[in-house]
Design a protein around this ligand. Structure first.
Ligand code: MG
Length: 278
């Protein structure tokens, strides 16, 4: 039978070995933290070398999950959620009062003639995710069938329309940059199925009252690229040329009431910053 002293000495030895092993591991980990090179050419901008290991590590996020027809997906962990199916707390009416659209079963629905709704959040460059669904009871034609809109800053509209086996002027169909560009293809699902827009928006820049950089849209409709870094020509207009009007660097998202009961769900955005920003 071991004496108490022997047992304590044994434990002490184990502890010492453990600490030593820990130090070795930490040293190895520190060694492994040295990545890349400092003797490589400087990249344009003069801040980072090619393969510069001291360049900030990108922030780790949870990418979330994709939606199915039955269930909305989970937004990325750094997304700002504008509508999660429960209420319109992130939205207001045009007059600043409460948004008047219907919320049920995890979606919101345009209440015709209640007016467009506007996000309380304002943002600049972003990745915007919007899901929408056309009524299964088909009413009207052309611009009168299932019309709504996803309108950045209340000015730059990605059209929402029932363009499933239904024609209109191409720069006014679903996924068009209204009044400027038709989508590259018509990627519509049929009425009653959820459609997905993933939109990259670069806000236009003004200096005083002068436009110094136009805005851009890159848009995926149901995962299909329909605009590839399209330069905005200005505010979306009806029967008139698009033209820029001065605005501040941030703005809200507007969802259009065009008199048709279109549904929306799972709306979120992520701010897009420059590289190497936290
Ligand atoms: Mg519209």
């Amino acid at each position: 039978m071991k004496s108490r002293a022997t047992a304590l000495a044994g434990a002490g030895l184990l502890l010492a070995v453990g600490v030593g092993f820990g130090i070795a591991l930490t040293a190895r980990a520190q060694q492994q933290e040295h990545f890349g090179y400092q003797d490589t050419p400087m990249l344009p901008g003069g801040k980072w070398h090619v393969h510069d290991g001291t360049r900030p590590q990108p922030k780790i996020i949870d990418p979330g999950t994709a939606s199915t027809q039955d269930t909305p997906g989970k937004p990325p962990s750094d997304a700002i959620v504008l509508f999660d199916g429960k209420d319109l707390s992130h939205w207001k009416a045009g007059n600043g009062g409460p948004a008047g659209w219907k919320v049920e079963n995890g979606y919101m629905e345009v209440a015709p003639k209640s007016g467009s709704i506007i996000s309380r959040d304002e943002f600049s460059d972003c990745q915007m995710h919007v899901e929408w669904c056309e009524p299964t009871t088909i009413r009207g034609r052309d611009q009168g069938r299932g019309n709504s809109g996803v309108i950045f800053f209340g000015k730059y509209e990605i059209q929402v329309l029932d363009s499933y086996e239904s024609k209109t002027y191409p720069d006014g169909q679903a996924a068009a940059i209204y009044g400027s560009y038709p989508p590259l293809v018509n990627a519509m699902r049929k009425q009653g199925e959820w459609q997905v827009y993933d939109i990259l928006f670069t806000a236009p820049r003004f200096d005083g009252d002068k436009l110094v950089k136009p805005g851009y849209f890159t848009v995926f409709h149901n995962g299909v690229a329909v605009h590839n870094h399209a330069e905005l020509l200005g505010d979306s207009n009806h029967r008139a040329l698009p033209s820029y009007t001065l605005h501040t660097s941030k703005g809200p998202l507007l969802l259009q009431d065009h008199g048709n009961p279109v549904r929306f769900r799972n709306i979120w955005y992520r701010e897009l910053k420059d590289y190497d920003q936290p």
